[in-house]
Design a protein around this ligand. Structure first.
Ligand SMILES: C[S@@+](CC[C@H](N)C(=O)[O-])C[C@H]1O[C@@H](n2cnc3c(N)ncnc32)[C@H](O)[C@@H]1O
Length: 291
């Protein structure tokens, strides 16, 4: 993730450095990427014996873990290559793979220039990764196509909506008004771009299925639990715009405002209270394509 390393306030540093970064991600946005991956794996036939799977832009192995925890996966006869550019995530996955004897190799590779030979994989799954690839996603999508066997299946997805994104923008605008939040260079929200890059990379439109689905981050632990989730979310995402000298001084107020803005949202804006949990919605566009 492209998070600024400049003047990171200590409050963020403790949440996004080394192994803490992995747990911060997994307990915030990772909750919904995990649900997307679970949903998307349900769109394809179960993973069969002899499958060679690419968990592309893997993070700490969200897709890998779901595949291996599925009782129908023949673990003795599949191989998984997990790749990412963020070493703490790969370290976590490698450690878990070693201690559980999982058939997984985790390597640090950019999705835009993979070391794998042409037509290596039976499955290539890029869970909320395509948006980070250069060329508005196309450079990595060409690699997905190149490394997939004919008849192999690719799953790619991108955000359609994220409830906490406009709230982050509001807090940023309030506390960092001299520094506009960098505008996204590519619009992924209407599903046109993800379909386009898949076609431009070589996938045939008639062998592609495109759909949307939603997931919910479910935050328990009452007020304290919610504030902790909000603080981690601010720590993980506010640095996309860069960190600023006043962030350290303003930290508590920034986090409080983010919590307040989110609490002010109704269900239409993506927040609902269910029992003693706060649920926050995110939705995806997913493309399943056969090469
Ligand atoms: C939103 S996370 C998704 C992680 C994981 N797939 C999941 O479902 O939770 C995006 C991941 O893309 C990785 N990433 C960003 N740019 C990348 C690139 N150019 N090549 C490979 N991975 C990249 C990040 O390091 C991060 O782990």
């Amino acid at each position: 993730m492209n998070i600024s390393k400049n003047a990171v306030p200590p409050q963020a540093l403790r949440l996004i450095t080394g192994p803490a970064k992995v747990t911060t991600y997994e307990s915030t946005g990772g909750q919904v990427t995990q649900q997307f991956a679970q949903h998307n794996l349900g769109l394809i036939p179960s993973i069969g014996a002899g499958s060679i799977i690419h968990d592309n832009a893997s993070g700490s192995g969200t897709v890998t873990r779901l595949i291996l925890s599925n009782p129908t996966t023949p673990k003795d006869s599949v191989q998984i290559q997990a790749t990412d550019i963020d070493q703490p995530f790969l370290d976590q996955l490698s450690a878990d793979a070693a201690s559980n004897a999982w058939p997984v190799t985790a390597t640090n590779q950019r999705g835009e220039s993979l070391s794998f030979a042409d037509e290596t994989f039976t499955h290539s799954i890029t869970n909320i990764g395509i948006i980070f690839f250069t060329g508005a996603g196309l450079d990595g999508t060409k690699e997905i196509h190149r490394t997939l066997k004919p008849g192999g299946v690719a799953i790619v997805n991108c955000w359609e909506s994220v409830t906490w994104q406009p709230a982050i923008f509001a807090v940023h605008a309030h506390f960092r008004s001299k520094h506009p939040f960098p505008a996204p260079t590519t619009n992924w929200k209407d599903g046109k771009q993800i379909r386009k890059v898949m076609i431009d990379a070589g996938f045939a439109e008639e062998k592609m299925k495109v759909e949307t689905s939603e997931a919910w981050a479910k935050v328990g632990g009452g007020e304290d639990g919610f504030r902790a989730w909000v603080e981690k979310t601010w720590a993980y995402l506010a640095g996309i715009a860069g960190w600023f000298p006043d962030d350290e001084r303003d930290w508590d107020e920034e986090v409080d405002m983010l919590a307040k803005v989110l609490r002010s949202y109704g269900e239409e804006q993506g927040v609902k209270v269910v029992g003693d949990e706060v649920w926050l919605r995110a939705s995806q566009w997913v493309v399943v394509a056969e090469k």
